[in-house]
Design a protein around this ligand. Structure first.
Ligand code: PMT
Length: 390
């Protein structure tokens, strides 16, 4: 593969020559593009020596069109390290130097970014918003990892190691050969806003949904994980996380992604109702009187996907029941046009919300029925994937 390695101005730039060396050892052709700040941490001579090709760092050095010829040459652009600055520039469409111009020119091609920055910078809402924008455009992210940072603190923000980035490059080749293709998973609760400080939510932690996403990714699938509010992070590089808050946001994300997916497993605990009115200020207590909230129904995501389902697509729902469990689950299986439904009962100790374990019964539209023992959510997820995925 012909790979352009883009380097921006973070301390981890000193690891870029090692990444270039590894990629070349794996048989790839490599050229480098660096920002002026990157060359404070590594040198032109080092990058040209390890890549065996001239470095691209000056927009106007050879007539101002090299970003186009490099874009035509390259099949993949790997930016490592990717600073908050380059992430923000790409998300905003800014092209003011050699590398940012190349990145915009690369818009329809494969791009991998390995972010690296201080953990507070990484947590900043602007950076997180930009990251979501890049993910939505199909840019793949590797890391950042947790650990000691150059500024003397520790947290999330270290650039993934060159070996991990090189592995991510190679795993790109596995995806087209994956028999599972792309799968959508929903996870976690939804929050339905009452006013600027209160919401209606539920006890879902997202553990079951994240375990399903990991199990699918381990099995070779590319996963689109749409999750309500949770503190969990996905670890597998083939999982693209889409964070939403309300049922309507989850509906928009899931219905948008489903047509490109081979299958979907909906494990989110979606609120069936939301307040009819959502105040954008804090509602004040009204003397000693009670308060009445009027609720309106949310869209049913699973039922909608059931109407959208095309031949060959698999659709799997969950059912969280407290009584008449199997009967209720079978009703949902048929009504929502599902291939499988995974029933978990709140009457079983160790099953359902929040806990690390679950016990499920998987019912198939073909009449099949499989019960799991009480197991970790990871084991339950693997069992579900091996049952419902072709
Ligand atoms: O997140 P954890 O703490 O690990 O907990 C896991 C879990 C208990 C949340 C999970 O195992 C589970 O049971 N998820 C489904 C919970 C639920 O809302 O069940 P339900 O029977 O109300 O919904 C049936 C199905 O319709 C579910 O697939 C649900 O995602 C879907 N649904 C429901 C309502 C709605 N408006 N849209 C939907 O898509």
């Amino acid at each position: 593969m012909r790979i352009v390695v883009g380097i921006t101005g973070g301390i981890a730039a000193y690891k870029a020559p090692e990444l270039v060396r590894l990629l070349k050892k794996q048989g790839h052709e490599v050229r480098c593009a660096a920002t002026a700040h990157a060359l404070e941490f590594t040198t032109r001579a080092t990058l040209e020596t390890v890549s065996g090709a001239p470095l691209y760092s000056d927009l106007f050095a050879s007539g101002g069109t090299e970003h186009i010829s490099l874009k035509d040459w390259g099949e993949l652009l790997v930016v490592a390290p990717a600073t908050a600055n380059i992430i923000g520039k790409v998300a905003s469409g800014i092209a003011d130097d050699a590398l940012s111009t190349l990145l915009l020119a690369f818009s329809h091609k494969l791009v991998i970014m390995a972010p690296a920055m201080n953990s507070d910078m990484w947590a900043h809402p602007a950076v997180q918003r930009n990251i979501e924008t890049l993910r939505g455009w199909g840019i793949r992210l590797v890391g950042p990892a947790e650990g000691e940072l150059a500024c003397g603190t520790s947290g999330t923000g270290r650039m993934a190691e060159p070996e991990t980035i090189a592995e991510a490059v190679n795993s790109l080749f596995l995806i087209p050969h994956s028999p599972l293709g792309r799968w959508l998973v929903t996870a976690g609760p939804t929050y339905e806003k009452i006013d600027s400080v209160r919401f209606i939510g539920n006890y879902s932690s997202g553990k079951m949904g994240f375990a399903l996403a990991e199990a699918l990714a381990e099995a070779g699938a590319e996963v689109e994980l749409v999750t309500g509010p949770t503190h969990l992070n996905a670890t597998h590089q083939r999982i693209n996380v889409h964070r939403v808050e309300s049922a309507r946001e989850m509906y928009a994300a899931a219905t948008g992604l489903f047509p490109q997916c081979n299958g979907a497993i909906l494990s989110a605990a979606v609120a069936d109702y939301r307040p009819a009115e959502q105040a954008d200020h804090k509602l004040k207590k009204q003397g000693d009187q009670g308060m009445t909230l009027t609720l309106v129904q949310n869209p049913d995501i699973l039922a909608t996907l059931g109407t959208m389902k095309q031949p060959g697509q698999r659709l799997v729902g969950f059912a969280l029941e407290t009584d008449n469990e199997l009967q209720n689950a079978e009703g949902k299986l048929k009504r929502k046009n599902l291939d499988y439904i995974v029933m978990n009962s709140l009457r079983e100790a160790g099953a359902g919300f929040g806990v690390d374990t679950n016990k499920v019964t998987i019912l198939g539209a073909d009449g099949s029925r499989m019960e799991s023992p009480l197991m970790s959510k990871q084991e339950v997820a693997r069992m579900i994937v091996s049952t419902v995925a072709p």
